[in-house]
Design a protein around this ligand. Structure first.
Ligand code: UGA
Length: 443
């Protein structure tokens, strides 16, 4: 199939590369000339494991192309995915101006039937707005709108795209459903093939719904996962007050298949460009339809308080923070990404700077991005340099590299043997034995 993807952010680029990988002709379009030039040179604008190889392979095999011109994407493809950003406005609502702009450009350039698919995370009823916009244009009117939310996670995006746990397609007629079913059939088939090898039949559910339901599935899924995290973080606070261990509580809860173990990791809270903004956008769109989503407001409130809770622990260990040097390990909002958007580290650093602490920081891949955001911090070349002469070491992102640290060496380097662990990566008993003052979240 000939497809185009408008927007080469995390979702757009991964979607384009993966659809090319399964045999389609794909044009990835972005109005950011610098980004397209970078991609044409084979360089990735984001850090995502295996993305560079996949892009290179599909460019070399002439299935994947890059362009700055929407008209090129529209004229050369029958299916057009919209994967532009939907950042939050000041009031938390999703800013749909890029979606609208791109749709107008598509509408202006349509000369024959097109299936226009929303891949960006959008509030419910965006599909209806897009349809209205297309109908306002005098151009070709033979089109369908579909919603095909994406559930990939940064850091394992390629794997998630090619091995999805479900495919959701929101459509208004069978023609649109059949096009998308055909487009996804190699992915569904591949999963059958690979699972048959290990004699496990792993069926990928393909759910076909109306447009509104598909749109809601995305917001509801992300908000539910965020709610799980805030729930366990609230339990973590109670654990601290009563002398329980949140890791054990989560483990005990997770064995119940109705609860499941995932997303029950207590810590400094969730960040990134999905959960915080989707939660806000869901609260806003619910409010627009006269539903006060108090439950999600509380989820957000608990999460916003997590960096303060971590800083409180640093204060409990060090008392006055003014002029103390604090080493921060991990800046990205989670491991295996360089994404700093809404990263909890930003607020932790902000709160520590308000207390006039001096900061040394390190992240295995996010430091270049961090340099564009953080001020007055010293960057270490590795965790040991950050620990050297610091009064405390704080774990903010759980990179594997930190789990494998030589803790005896770290202890020798620190001015005070204090580790405040915002992600519960170490065993408290072992840390005590090693002679650390070790503070974790909910243990
Ligand atoms: C999330 C969803 O997991 C994807 O399914 C979805 O497609 C994506 O948003 C999106 O909407 O595009 P992502 O933001 O990449 O993916 O990251 P997650 O792995 O879900 O983690 C989000 C945040 O929650 C991170 O800051 C992580 O540290 C935190 N988290 C996660 C916890 O604090 N505890 C947990 O138990 C799990």
């Amino acid at each position: 199939m000939n497809i185009s993807i408008i927007g080469t952010g995390h979702v757009g680029l991964v979607t384009g590369a993966c659809f090319a990988e399964v045999g389609n002709q794909v044009i990835c379009v972005d109005n950011d000339e610098k980004k397209i030039a970078t991609l044409k040179k084979g360089k990735m604008p984001i850090y995502e494991p295996h993305l560079e190889e996949l892009v290179k392979k599909n460019v070399d095999e002439e299935r994947l192309f890059f362009s700055t011109l929407i008209e090129e994407g529209v004229s050369k493809s029958s299916v057009i995915f919209i994967a532009v950003g939907t950042p939050p406005k000041e009031n938390g609502e999703a800013d749909l101006s890029s979606v609208e702009k791109v749709c107008s450009q598509i509408a202006r350039n349509m000369k024959n039937y097109k299936l226009v698919v929303e891949k960006s995370t959008v509030p419910v009823q965006t599909g209806q707005w897009i349809k209205r916009l297309f109908n306002l244009h005098d151009s070709h009117r033979d089109f369908d709108i579909a919603s095909n939310p994406e559930f990939l996670r940064e850091g394992s995006a390629i794997h998630d795209f090619l091995n999805p746990d479900r495919i959701v397609i929101g459509v208004e007629n069978e023609k649109a459903a059949n096009i998308l079913k055909e487009l996804y059939s190699p992915i569904i088939k591949r999963s059958f093939d690979s699972s048959l090898k290990s004699s496990l039949v792993n069926h990928i559910p393909l759910l076909i719904t109306d447009l509104q339901s598909a749109e809601l599935i995305k917001h509801a899924s992300n908000s539910f996962l965020a709610a799980k995290i805030s729930f366990i973080n609230a339990v973590a606070d109670i654990c601290e007050r009563v002398g329980a261990d949140v890791e054990k509580v989560a483990q005990g809860m997770g064995y119940d298949p109705r609860i499941g173990p995932a997303f029950l990791k207590a810590g400094v809270g969730f960040g990134g460009f999905c959960f915080p903004k989707d939660l806000q956008a869901f609260i806003q769109i619910a409010g627009k339809f006269n539903y006060d989503f108090c439950l999600l407001k509380e989820v957000e409130k608990i999460n916003k308080d997590r960096p303060r809770r971590l800083v409180e622990k640093i204060k409990e260990a060090l008392w006055v923070l003014k002029d103390k040097t604090i080493g921060i390990l991990g800046l990205a909002f989670k491991p295996d990404t360089d994404d700093m958007r809404f990263a909890p580290s930003i607020e932790v650093i902000n709160l520590l700077q308000k207390e006039k602490a001096k900061l040394k920081v390190y992240d295995p891949v996010a430091m270049d991005k961090a340099k564009m955001i953080l001020e007055d911090v010293e960057y270490g070349k590795d965790p040991y340099q950050v620990a050297d002469a610091s009064n405390a070491l704080v774990i903010v992102t759980e990179w594997n590299e930190f789990r494998d640290l030589d803790l005896a060496k770290i202890k020798g380097l620190l001015a005070n043997p204090i580790i405040v662990d915002g992600r519960n990566i170490f065993d408290p008993v072992k840390m005590k034995k090693l002679g650390f003052i070790y503070k974790a979240m909910g243990r």
